[in-house]
Design a protein around this ligand. Structure first.
Ligand code: FAD
Length: 498
């Protein structure tokens, strides 16, 4: 599909019923959703807790499954100005820098998936999305920490200054430490407690001038290759960003004890660390890695604790729904967390162009996304297990599998345990066009969502569509509704007797 056809597909889509949408959080999910919703005729208010946007995070890879959503929302061209194409993935052994495997990325992945694979500083992507969302008409309010969500009537959220913000729909795009998730999960009796994964990430940016006198490191900086050094108990990922002006290095390692947070509720998210810590972790790694670490400026090392939470059965409660990390946090091993947050935004925007019923749109959104996100989370976690094996027989078998997969990459017949470089998994991760799939498969998705949701909460599909929860007010309209209502009543009666 070329760019014109994509634009055409999206240009024809408008909100079935324009809403005022309150989005909590101006990260990747919130800003992309805000932009898409505003472009399709909704009114959007984004509430962000930070007083002003700053450069948080470091480099991230954006894959085709997300790039095509950004393209449809008219922002990809601006993003690409600050991005660098990823040409190749190189998998290397930690101890001697020997290349175990390799996978071509651009331009072949661009041709195969119809959208590019690139890397960019998260701060640059956020800045561009903020500008685009504002240009489209979104109201973005910073310094607004949402504390409470209430969906008993028309949905509303309360910020720390006690102000209530009212809308027709609330989207929790507030990341892994989501406040909205508390509301959605608690209503269903689920725990929304975060659990440490036992993993953490050191993130650092090494400026070009620090590498200037190191010939081998300059070579790393000057090529558009993402290198994965696979070591025991952890791995490192490195690639150049900002047009080769800095080298982005992430080292995944076992997390130490998590210090308690000041609110006593959840552990801390990021900690400033001493460089000696990462040097200590990488003792025994190759001279190239030692050289690279020697160039990390003092005060540049941040450690990110990686958390997760139990999968949520329902992603929405009444007229409040979750998107992005608030809903399905992913370990960063296949670089799909932000990509899936952006996919969520594309899916939700499309759903609200297919129906004016918020309840139906949210149910179809979950139907379309949940299985994919579950599979993505599980695949990513398995990659971590495989990449972090101690040296030994199992590690040698894994390395042989990486070599075989590299030799047969185009055929995709030999699976690569590092799914990031695995052709069949790339097809799964990168090949999806979430917006087109949702619009094209709407009837089927709707039928599946109805089958799953019509039941104890809604007595028939009319109730489901209109979110009517009071059975007595229901006038079943067609034979299907009447039949379903009778069946549901029978089930409810049976449950009451048992
Ligand atoms: C080391 C590392 C490397 C990664 N690399 C990649 C990669 O290469 N590719 C990729 O796709 N993903 C990557 N990810 C994952 C990616 O960063 C996340 O999945 C992504 O940022 C999630 O986006 P989000 O919008 O859901 O949440 P966030 O980006 O966390 O945004 C949430 C926003 O909500 C705000 N907020 C929170 N609570 C409130 C509140 N109560 N009220 C108001 N505002 C609130 C926050 O301030 C924040 O701005 C990586 C993650 C890590 C840790």
């Amino acid at each position: 599909m070329n760019s014109d056809q994509r634009s055409h597909f999206f240009a024809n889509r408008q909100a079935a019923r324009p809403l005022h949408v309150i989005i909590v959080g101006a990260g990747m999910a919130g800003l992309t959703a805000g932009l898409g919703l505003q472009l399709t005729g909704h009114r959007v208010t984004i509430l962000e807790q930070v007083p002003r946007f700053q450069e948080t995070g470091a480099g991230i890879q954006i894959a085709p499954n997300a790039a095509r959503v950004l393209d449809r929302f008219g922002v990809l061209a601006d993003v690409l100005k600050d991005a660098d194409m990823l040409e190749r993935i190189s998998q290397r052994r930690y101890a001697d820098d020997q290349e175990l495997g390799s996978a071509p990325v651009m331009p072949s992945a661009g041709r195969r998936y119809g959208a590019p694979v690139f890397v960019i500083h998260r701060g640059d992507l956020q800045r561009i999305l903020v500008l685009a969302a504002k240009r489209a008409g979104c109201q973005i309010k910073t310094g607004q920490k949402v504390m409470r969500v209430d969906t008993t009537g028309a949905p509303r959220v309360q910020t720390a200054d006690d102000t209530w913000h009212h809308g027709d729909l609330v989207l929790g795009a507030d990341g892994i430490r989501s406040a909205v998730r508390g509301h959605v999960a608690a209503a269903q009796g689920h725990s929304e407690r975060l659990t440490p994964t036992g993993e953490a990430a050191y993130r650092m940016l090494i400026p070009r001038d620090k590498l200037a006198t190191h010939e081998k490191l300059l070579k790393l900086l000057n090529q558009n290759v993402a290198v994965r050094w696979i070591g025991p108990g952890g791995h490192a990922m490195g690639y150049p960003i900002r047009h080769h002006s800095a080298y982005n290095l992430v080292i995944l390692h076992p997390a130490g004890p998590v210090p308690p947070a000041s609110d006593g509720r959840q552990g801390v998210w990021t900690v400033q660390r001493d460089k000696a810590e990462v040097v200590d972790f990488c003792r025994g790694w190759s001279p190239l890695m030692q050289e690279l670490l020697s160039c990390v400026p003092d005060g540049e090392l941040t450690e990110w604790m990686l958390y997760t939470h139990a999968p949520l059965k329902h992603w929405a409660k009444d007229r409040a729904a979750l998107i992005g990390d608030a809903c399905h946090p992913m370990l960063p091993y296949t670089a799909q967390g932000a990509a899936n947050a952006i996919e969520d935004a594309g899916a939700l925007v499309t759903a609200l162009t297919c129906t004016g019923s918020v309840g139906l749109a949210l149910a179809v959104y979950q139907e379309a996304r949940q299985a994919r996100c579950d599979k993505m989370q599980a695949g990513t976690a398995a990659v971590g297990t495989s990449l972090h094996l101690p040296d030994g027989e199992e590690q040698r078998r894994r390395d042989d599998a990486i070599r075989r997969a590299t030799a047969g990459f185009e055929q995709g017949l030999q699976r690569n345990p590092d799914l990031w470089a695995d052709r069949p998994w790339q097809d799964f991760m990168w090949g999806v066009d979430v917006m087109k799939d949702m619009a094209g498969g709407w009837d089927d998705l709707m039928a599946r969502a109805r089958a799953r949701h019509v039941g104890p909460s809604y007595c028939c599909c009319c109730c489901f569509v209109e979110q009517r929860e009071d059975e007595s007010a229901c006038q079943p309209r067609g034979p299907l509704c009447r039949q379903r209502r009778r069946a549901t009543k029978a089930v409810v009666a049976k449950r009451a007797l048992s």
